[in-house]
Write a protein of this length. Structure first.
Ligand code: PRX
Length: 632
């Protein structure tokens, strides 16, 4: 084991040699001719001239050495199912799914949208797309018809793969009616929809469009569908995420760079070993699910657990019981989930044999110190590793890398800049790089972004450049839109977003999208949505709206009724995940004299903090109304 500092320095200063070495962790049909091509910044091309396949590296490559070892372990505490697929089983299922897609005309470069609950077929679907060189776009199952329609329109999929329903807390959650509505709303219509029928909710297939997965699968039991070798730079998938504007961005990932980045992360960051077991509790609809439920562990030759259910059902020990049963080595979750578990009987943490577990990784939102301490003590001495990244990057930017060199964690810090990332803190006013300790700046990454990071925004190179990149003296840097400080030891502390993105229970949401949805209610004239600190979820969305017609809003009951209606609109359009915790009605919103909404001030008073400098504010009474409402 070498020094991490040296490893990191080499990844930056001897970049191509470093990544050429990492590229040996994966199989290439044709070896790359050039490691990094950066002649047209900020567009970086990795492993140019190389040909590979993501599904080959995740599945086929392991058949010889571990074909009969577990690859995918599907556990549903919602339907009481547990099924182990070996690499050989997975290979067969993925080929069946690929054969179905092929029958429907899916070829390299076509988009396939996946809107599915946490079932094994979702994994088959993703891997089948990768196998064919088709570009998948997984949409989180918690999103409703409007969100789904926006994504269908942007990705223009030839085929959609979906299911009748998911299940949450023992209750079925219909998917099919939301999908039908979304397709109706969307200007683009998919040619075909593959329906996985779990027999949870009744539905009528759309004639000529919907095909039944089980029927088609039965026709392809012996399917042989070879992997399509694609150029390293061929897009593997798009994944939509929120930003400053209301329109979600399709983060576009390549094939070769992503495969190498994940292959390298398994040993270096996670200390995962082939034959081991990885348990990531995220959802396939988020980036963490893409990288560490599906692709990363499988590329690393590990078994991966795909879990459908709540962390507290049948009881708060369910995850730990899975760690014991499947000898989980690496676990990955989010701070919110740990805060949920913290409310359960602490004895559940010591009830199971957790000796296989090496470390618990947490990401997606700030890890508060009480939660970190609670889980660290509860898991007596296991490493708790906070790591920081984004949908855009595909794999961690900050973490300690125990697979390179053992390093201590610091409470409240996701660690240091990972190899490949040339992280700079930048003063948002002057654009100057901040090199001293404990200075607050915007966390940026000097280009080229390392392998596995976004190539561009799907169909919108200009938006990619304009949104993320700026020139600071002599350098082109990518902005994460996060504030951070770095201490004297190189450990970073993340201090929140610089834009209007909020983080609810580890789910990234755009306040502008929620505002647009609320504004579509016929009685809403104007609205401001802000993120407000919450003990359990980290943040919740809170809305302050001006009603068009206030004549009926004379009682608490009337205001409550309108609030419930507005919440229903958000539920139906975006999904319950985006529902504000409260919708307050006000007669004015605090603005500057030039008419700009003072979101920071609203957020501050909604959190009971001092709003700071208000010299530019037009109407102080507007803010006072919010102060009074919060005091309630
Ligand atoms: O604000 C940061 C926060 O989550 C954002 C990215 O969210 P998403 O695209 O959903 O990707 C999550 C991948 C783990 C970041 O811009 N964030 C993520 N990890 C952390 C975090 N904030 C504090 N600490 C973290 N470890």
């Amino acid at each position: 084991m070498g020094s991490f500092a040296e490893f990191h320095a080499r990844s930056i200063h001897d970049r191509d040699a470093f990544w050429a070495e990492q590229a040996r962790l994966v199989d290439w049909k044709v070896e790359p001719k050039q490691i990094c091509e950066y002649s047209n910044p900020p567009f970086a091309k990795w492993f140019v001239g190389g040909q590979t396949n993501l599904c080959h590296n995740a599945v086929d490559r392991h058949l010889a050495a571990r074909g009969d070892q577990p690859a995918l372990i599907f556990v549903s505490t919602e339907t009481d199912q547990e099924k182990i697929y070996t690499f050989r089983d997975l290979h067969a299922e993925v080929q069946r799914m690929a054969a179905i897609l092929q029958d429907l005309g899916v070829v390299k470069g076509d988009r396939v949208l996946i809107y599915m609950p946490m079932v094994a077929e979702a994994a088959f679907a993703m891997l089948a797309c990768a196998r064919l060189g088709a570009i998948h776009s997984v949409v989180f199952g918690g999103f409703a018809s409007h969100s789904l329609a926006t994504r269908i329109e942007d990705a223009t999929p030839k085929v959609i793969i979906s299911a009748d329903a998911g299940s949450r807390g023992g209750k079925s959650v219909p998917y099919k009616p939301l999908l039908d509505e979304a397709i109706q709303l969307s200007a683009h219509k998919p040619a075909r929809v593959v329906m996985v029928n779990r027999n949870m909710v009744a539905f009528t297939p759309v004639a000529g469009r919907d095909v039944d997965y089980a029927t088609e699968r039965a026709k392809h039991m012996n399917a042989v569908v070879p992997c399509k070798w694609v150029e390293s730079t061929h897009p593997s998938y798009t994944l939509y995420t929120s930003g400053t504007t209301g329109k979600p961005k399709g983060v576009q990932r390549d094939t070769g760079g992503y495969t190498v980045a994940l292959a390298a992360s398994i040993p270096h960051i996670f200390e995962g070993k082939p034959g081991g077991t990885f348990f990531c509790t995220s959802d396939i609809g988020w980036v963490v699910g893409h990288s560490y439920i599906i692709y990363g562990p499988l590329i690393g030759g590990m078994a991966t657990i795909l879990y459908e259910g709540l962390p507290i059902r049948p009881d708060g020990g369910i995850w730990w019981s899975l760690v014991e049963k499947y000898k989980v080595n690496v676990m990955f979750s989010a701070p919110t989930a740990i805060r949920v578990l913290k409310k359960q009987d602490p004895a559940l943490l010591t009830k199971y044999d957790l000796s296989s577990l090496q470390a618990l990784f947490l990401a997606g939102e700030p890890l508060d110190e009480p939660t970190a301490k609670w889980i660290s003590e509860g898991l007596s001495g296991k490493a708790i590793i906070d790591n920081y990244w984004q949908t855009e990057t595909g794999w961690p930017i900050l973490s300690i890398c125990n697979g390179v060199e053992k390093a201590p964690s610091k409470f409240g810090s996701p660690g240091k800049a990972i190899y490949g990332y040339n992280v700079k803190l930048v003063d948002d006013q002057t654009g100057e790089e901040l090199t001293g300790a404990d200075q607050k700046g915007v966390l940026t990454i000097e280009g080229p972004l390392p392998p596995g990071n976004l190539q561009t925004i799907w169909g919108d190179d200009e938006r990619f450049v304009k949104t993320y990149w700026k020139t600071v003296p002599g350098k082109l840097v990518y902005s994460t839109f996060d504030w951070a400080v770095r201490d004297k030891d190189g450990y970073f502390f993340i201090l929140g977003r610089t834009d209007d993105v909020i983080n609810v229970a580890g789910h990234r949401l755009g306040t502008r999208e929620i505002e647009e949805s609320i504004s579509s209610h016929p009685n809403v004239a104007e609205v401001a949505v802000v993120g407000v600190a919450d003990q359990l979820k980290g943040q919740v969305a809170m809305a302050f709206a001006i009603a068009k017609d206030t004549s009926g809003l004379t009682s608490d009951a009337a205001r409550k009724a309108l609030e419930a209606e507005v919440m229903k609109v958000v539920d139906a359009q975006l999904g319950a995940v985006a529902r504000p915790s409260r919708v307050f009605f006000v007669t004015a919103l605090p603005k500057t004299r030039s008419g700009k909404l003072l979101r920071r001030a609203i957020q501050a008073v909604a959190e009971g903090r001092d709003p700071g400098d208000l010299t530019t504010m037009d109407d102080p009474a507007a803010l006072q109304q919010i102060v009074d409402l919060i005091k309630g």
